[in-house]
Design a protein around this ligand. Structure first.
Ligand code: NAP
Length: 230
């Protein structure tokens, strides 16, 4: 988000951690953003999405771009033993995304413009025993985004997804910081290391820019070549 900062950029950040969102907002203001609004909510509560999005459209006057980036890895082993846990992963990663995207798609159709980017994952491409519930939720996001993009293209709305491989964040660090994780990253990622969050931000910025005016329905893989490794 830092790289989107300009004297004309008005952000609205949505997250459930009040301290974190306030710190990010302050950082963006310090860097020169025009304004930063925040909205604290648990996105699992889909009944509250419409209120948040209506507030966003009012505060921002016009929504040019939306990025949907929340997600949980979940506990694969626990989810294999308990359907409710599997359903919770699917709800956070897929159902709540469908809810947000549906509202945004209707809003963008009303203004006849808009750019939507959703973060999926390479895990959505293939079923791995280590994370197939998470992978299924991301695969569903990919199918949804692709279908929606073909529907919205005639309304001047671009819909794409960025599919990261391993990224060194809170989600993956518990694995990546182990010896086995480091060995796996060195062997499975041709570039030889996991991505930084900044390296995932680059393609998102590209999608947000005029350079991507003719791109819709794409899944941009950002994985250091790891998909090539089978
Ligand atoms: N890290 C990877 O290797 C990797 C690879 C492929 C794709 N991805 C995807 O990249 C995106 C960003 O993940 P990350 O790597 O940055 O992991 P992260 O550090 O764990 O960030 C995930 C974010 O989603 C938020 N979130 C989860 N459930 C939420 C809910 N119900 N309501 C509101 N916010 C919620 C979390 O909020 P809290 O901080 O409050 O928990 C956290 O800020 C996710 O969609 C993830 O699936 C990550």
């Amino acid at each position: 988000m830092r790289r989107l900062v300009s004297p004309t950029t008005h952000f609205m950040l949505v997250a459930r951690n009040s301290d974190r969102i306030t710190a990010v907002a302050q950082d963006l203001i310090t860097r020169g953003a025009l304004a930063v609004d925040t909205w604290v909510m648990d996105l699992d509560d889909t009944t509250a999405h419409a209120e948040m999005l209506a507030a966003a459209s009012e505060r921002l006057t016009k929504i040019d771009m939306a990025l949907i980036a929340h997600g949980v890895l979940g506990d694969q082993h626990a989810a294999e033993a308990d359907f409710e846990l599997a359903a919770a992963i699917l709800h956070t990663n897929f159902i709540s995304t469908v809810s947000l995207v549906t509202w945004l798609a209707n809003y963008f159709q009303g203004q006849r413009s808009g750019t939507l980017a959703v973060i999926s994952s390479v895990a959505g491409d293939r079923g791995r025993k280590s994370n197939y519930v998470y992978g299924a939720s991301k695969g569903a996001v990919v199918s949804f985004v692709k279908g929606l993009s073909t529907e919205l293209a005639r309304h001047n709305i671009l819909v794409n997804s960025v599919a990261p491989g391993w990224v060194a964040t809170d989600m993956s660090n518990p694995v990546l910081e182990t010896k086995a994780g480091q060995k796996m990253a060195a062997a499975a990622i041709p570039i030889g290391r996991p991505a930084t969050a900044e390296e995932i931000a680059g393609p998102i910025l590209f999608l947000a820019s005029d350079l991507a005016n003719f791109i819709t329905g794409e899944i941009i893989n950002v994985n250091g070549g790891s998909v090539l490794c089978g």
